[in-house]
Design a protein around this ligand. Structure first.
Ligand code: DLZ
Length: 152
């Protein structure tokens, strides 16, 4: 794995779903701390909440439109239930994030857990499988560095 770029001069937006907050808050904490660890300045990190994962796309679009962030991280957690709601939310946010990446030519990083159980989500939000928020922050930094290396 390449070494992580210096995030000192980078600006980030983080959009967090409040649904399943016991998972999304640790994801947020992981992402935030990882950005700081790699040199980002607290003043250059905008955090915003949306009700659920379905709203992450529009929340990210607001940040892309109304702020000057270099990259956006969306954080959510969808847990399989008894109905097909899970599929619609997952499909919606995945397609939405892809569209935003292309529309704004800006990294919009997918930090959404899509699990069968709450335990699987806990395992990936600071548990035995690490913290996907950390990974999302890492991806954001690396993608901004890639873009910067091409002189935008
Ligand atoms: C409605 C709903 C359900 C059933 N499950 C989840 C979930 O597991 N994770 C999540 O982030 N949000 C869920 N939501 C809420 C939707 O994302 C959305 O907020 C509502 O459908 C309102 O648009």
């Amino acid at each position: 794995m390449n070494s992580v770029a210096d995030a000192k001069d980078m600006k980030f937006g983080i959009v967090v779903a409040e649904w399943n907050a016991e998972i999304t808050e640790p994801l947020l904490n992981g992402a935030y701390q990882t950005l700081l660890k790699h040199g980002a300045n607290e003043d250059n990190i905008v955090k915003k909440y949306v009700p659920g994962t379905f709203e992450l796309t529009l929340g990210a679009q607001f940040l892309a439109e109304y702020t000057d962030v270099d990259a956006i991280i969306v954080l959510g957690c969808v847990i399989q239930g008894e109905t097909r709601h899970f599929d619609y939310i997952c499909q919606g946010v995945t397609q939405g994030v892809i569209t935003l990446n292309m529309k704004y030519n800006k990294p919009v990083i997918f930090g959404v857990l899509t699990t069968n159980t709450l335990q699987q989500a806990k395992d990936r939000a600071g548990g035995k499988h690490g913290n996907k928020g950390d990974e999302a922050a890492f991806s954001a930094i690396q993608m901004v560095a890639l873009k910067n290396s091409l002189n935008k």
